[in-house]
Design a protein around this ligand. Structure first.
Ligand SMILES: [Zn+2]
Length: 431
């Protein structure tokens, strides 16, 4: 298959008159379009971009959207997250995942990390999420959570030994899978004991996968970790020996200067979720300082009830604006840096071969309507995509070379049916 768009965003910038050849789910070549061939997909008036990568999400939370929008974190967790996540059986989990994946695809997300913790002491629920990703057609990183804090609902909890065994089984079952990766994810310094966090690290080391962990999201967490373990969250992870290139720290809002330097020194990764941090009133991660220290970063939406949109283009805009206002500097996070955070930089920390349109990479692509008013005037098209683009400008999406959104419509399933099922499931839900 060849995709012929008016403009293609390559590592060398925008190019005209270039055909993108796709074979076996990957980009095989970028070449001048010769005479038309059978199987050519002509995208007139379209620009082709790498698909975006959502480095942190909890898909089932899309079903909880609107239930606790004006609560603080503790209120949201105790009155919304815990009680309503208890209502979801395996079908509900799969429905929530499909609902979230569908929204993401239509927003130009081609890879999603689902940090998944409704495990019910097994892997069947995680497998239901994986099944939903296959059905909708999105690339999935299932960050299989390991949780043992006794204050959380029982269905989240396991012992370190059980959790480690199950994560390894799930990784083994999906090794070599073309569209699904499984990573280890001890929940956080407050949700996982030192033994659990160590167990997560050991699985990640043995299986050569990243380790995701929530870190320093709220101020209370730093105070709690200091009280319980005698160290602030990043120092706590470092003392446990789990801060390294495999680590993907989620949020990292409340770090002191030494912790920022430490994350950089260890070449740790960051999944930065600006909208969620604003929505919950968490604070502002010092992203430019972390990047300067050597931290590698991607952008995440977090769950659908703490954002409440699932668009990485939106996170690009929010990331940049938030740093500008924090630092009182309009140049604090330029469009090109921000775009990379939502594409190739996130791909790099996840070890997913996507995020750039070049031969050898996965064919995960987004087409935008170059005639859409939100992209005009096209003086600086990339900046328009980051700061101005309306979601309606996103027309088509390919994952692993398959067109999963066609002229704004999902190709694998009916959006109307999906919405009707979500409405039926949540009809009586009130806080
Ligand atoms: Zn999270």
């Amino acid at each position: 298959m060849r995709l012929l768009a008016d403009l293609v965003l390559t590592p060398d910038g925008w190019r005209r008159d270039v055909a993108v050849t796709v074979t076996g789910g990957r980009i095989a070549a970028l070449e001048p379009p010769s005479a038309s061939r059978a199987g050519d997909v002509v995208l007139r008036g379209r620009g082709l971009l790498p698909g975006t990568i959502n480095a942190h999400c909890h898909t089932f939370q899309s079903l909880l959207r609107g239930l606790g929008d004006d609560l603080d974190f503790a209120g949201w967790r105790d009155r919304v997250l815990y009680p309503f996540s208890e209502r979801l059986d395996r079908d509900g989990i799969a429905l929530g995942a499909a609902f979230a994946f569908a929204e993401m695809l239509r927003s130009g997300v081609t890879t999603c990390v689902d940090f998944f913790y409704l495990n019910d002491a097994g892997n069947d629920n995680a497998l239901a999420v994986i099944g939903a990703a296959r059905m909708v057609g999105i690339r999935l990183v299932l960050a299989r959570t390991m949780y043992d804090w006794e204050g959380a609902p029982k269905r989240y909890r396991e012992t370190p030994v059980e959790a480690a065994r199950r994560v390894r089984e799930l990784i083994a079952a999906h090794r070599g899978d073309p569209t699904v990766d499984v990573h280890a994810a001890p929940h956080s310094p407050h949700g996982a004991s030192p033994a659990m966090i160590r167990a997560g690290w050991e699985v990640a080391e043995a299986e050569h996968v990243p380790m995701h962990v929530h870190v320093a999201e709220g101020r209370y967490e730093g105070e709690g970790t200091l009280r319980e373990h005698g160290a602030t969250p990043v120092r706590h992870l470092d003392r446990l020996g789990v801060l390294g290139t495999r680590t993907i720290a989620v949020h990292a809002v409340w770090l002191d200067d030494e912790e920022i330097a430490l994350m950089g020194k260890r070449r740790a990764g960051l999944a930065y979720c600006p909208s969620s941090n604003m929505f919950l009133g968490d604070g502002v991660t010092r992203l430019p300082e972390l990047l300067r220290a050597g931290v590698r970063a991607g952008l995440g939406t977090d769950g659908g009830c703490t954002n409440n949109r699932l668009s990485v283009f939106e996170e690009m805009r929010m990331a940049s604006l938030l740093q500008r206002v924090r630092l009182l500097d309009g140049g604090a996070l330029p469009a090109t840096t921000t775009f990379a955070l939502g594409t190739e930089s996130a791909a790099a920390i996840l070890g997913v071969d996507a995020g750039r349109i070049e031969p050898g990479r996965l064919a995960d692509l987004v087409a935008v309507d170059l005639g859409h008013p939100s992209l005009h005037p096209p003086t600086n098209l990339l900046a328009n995509i980051v700061f101005a683009m309306s979601p309606q400008a996103i027309t088509d999406v390919w994952v692993h070379g398959e067109r999963v959104v066609d002229e704004g419509r999902l190709t694998r399933l009916s959006q109307d049916e999906l919405v009707a099922r979500v409405a039926a499931l949540t009809r009586d839900w009130r806080v």
